[in-house]
Write a protein that binds this ligand. Structure first.
Ligand code: NDP
Length: 386
């Protein structure tokens, strides 16, 4: 049966892999809407290729260019932040949230509020507004299916009927490109070095988050919202081969894991086709060829972002939102060549210490905390400019 599908962030790494699955499975999905930030050409090409009904671009100045690029088709075109939310509100049964950063919050919430089935890749939304999103999902009946490979793995092996039988959720982490480097060596690493992920091919921001281990920190907070077992039952283990995507330990001592080759099309397909499983072109797992799977404890001193995320999770309230906003500002400054790699954790730590955590109950409060944290983190960036 054909299902309608909307992809928010269709021109990115996750979005384009989702579109690859659409192309490989004719008749399975009718694309309702696709969105992008400013990539007119990529969005128009994708919308034409899959026969989308609606294409929205966040950059208002790109409206005319997108309209031109889609001339001669029936595809409706819109631009601006509201247009991205409009895309989310249109009647796509499945909405894949693949926008990067807190910019995904408004559109994600728009899809949640109308009770859609969501494939959530945009972890920053859950990190900064988890309680708001999960409460809205409860009210509307929206289903939240994790796309992040770790959470998707946990979802697959989690006993949803007996969550109290779960002793531990163990998120695996590749360790990123600097796993074996001394901290002093990281001072001069370049953006290209930080983006050279050893096992996954991803967008720039998440690649840098993987290099600082902030990605795992954000994932801890994401897991806390998706699997309500309590922070004390969450754990992280370094697993450089990225074959075991995560594990759930039960009270009887059994540990269930989901394994697969590191190809995002596996968890994306799982979320998009759920509750069915569909074939993907991902390489089959060949354990004999891989030979050994190794594990080690994370080093919180060399990678303080993971420790900062743990602290923010334990502090609760607005702390995860502050952590996320400060990290987005710091990573953007690193990409722009304004600060060094080691400044990223320093900026996040300084922002967290300048803005003590308080309660957040509504979207307006989340947005106010996010704006405040971006302002303070911006000051911290300016204080470090060469
Ligand atoms: P990319 O940077 O590759 O793509 C981001 C997408 O979001 C693009 O379509 C981009 O449009 C759009 N976008 C960026 N900023 C805005 C904005 N302000 N408003 C609207 N749209 C915007 O990111 P990834 O695909 O790597 O990651 C997407 C999300 O998925 C992130 O939250 C990431 O953490 C998560 N994720 C990614 C994985 C991966 O393998 N890549 C794995 C697991 C999770 P444009 O192209 O026009 O800039």
């Amino acid at each position: 049966m054909t299902r309608t599908l909307t992809i928010l962030g269709a021109t990115g790494s996750v979005g384009s892999q989702a579109l690859d699955l659409v192309t490989r499975n004719p008749g399975r999905w009718q694309v309702e809407a696709l969105t992008a930030n400013s990539d007119v050409e990529g969005l128009a090409k994708a919308a034409r290729a899959c026969g989308a009904r609606f294409a929205a671009i966040a950059d208002e100045t790109a409206y005319a260019a997108l309209k031109d690029a889609l001339a001669g088709t029936d595809i409706e075109v819109a631009a601006g932040k509201d247009a991205i939310c409009e895309a989310a509100r249109r009647p796509g049964e499945v909405v894949l949230t693949a926008i990067v950063g807190a910019a995904g919050l408004g559109p994600t919430l728009a899809a949640v509020e109308r009770g859609a089935t969501l494939g959530i890749a945009n972890k920053e939304t859950l990190v900064c507004a988890g309680p708001v999103v999960t409460a809205a999902a409860k009210a509307s009946g929206a289903r939240l299916l994790p796309v992040d490979s770790e959470h998707n793995a946990v979802f697959q092996v989690f006993d949803h009927d007996q969550p109290d039988r779960v002793a531990k959720i163990i998120l695996t982490c590749s360790g990123g490109p600097f796993r074996t480097r001394a901290r002093a060596e990281l001072k001069t690493v370049s953006v290209a070095d930080a983006c050279k992920h050893p096992t996954w091919s991803m967008g720039a921001k998440i690649s840098i988050d993987s290099a600082t281990l902030m990605n795992k920190g954000l994932e801890l907070i994401e897991a806390w919202h998706l699997f309500p077992v309590g922070a004390e039952k969450l754990d992280v283990i370094i697993h450089p081969q990225s074959v075991v995507h995560s594990m759930v330990e039960y009270v009887d001592g059994s540990v269930l894991a989901q394994l697969g080759s590191p190809d995002m099309r596996i968890p994306i397909a799982y979320a998009m086709a759920w509750p069915e499983r569909i074939a993907t072109p991902a390489a089959r797992l060949d354990l004999a060829r891989i030979g050994s799977l190794t594990f080690e404890a994370p080093d919180l001193e060399r990678f303080p972002c993971l420790a900062l995320a743990w602290d923010a999770l334990r502090a609760g309230g607005s702390a995860p939102c502050i952590l996320n906003a400060a990290n987005e500002v710091a990573v953007a400054a690193f990409i722009a060549g304004q600060v060094s790699f080691l400044d990223i954790d320093a900026i996040v730590a300084a922002t967290l210490s300048r803005l003590p955590a308080g309660p957040v109950g509504s979207l307006a409060e989340v947005l106010a905390v996010d704006a405040d944290a971006r302002r303070v983190a911006g000051d911290e960036v300016r204080a470090r400019l060469p």
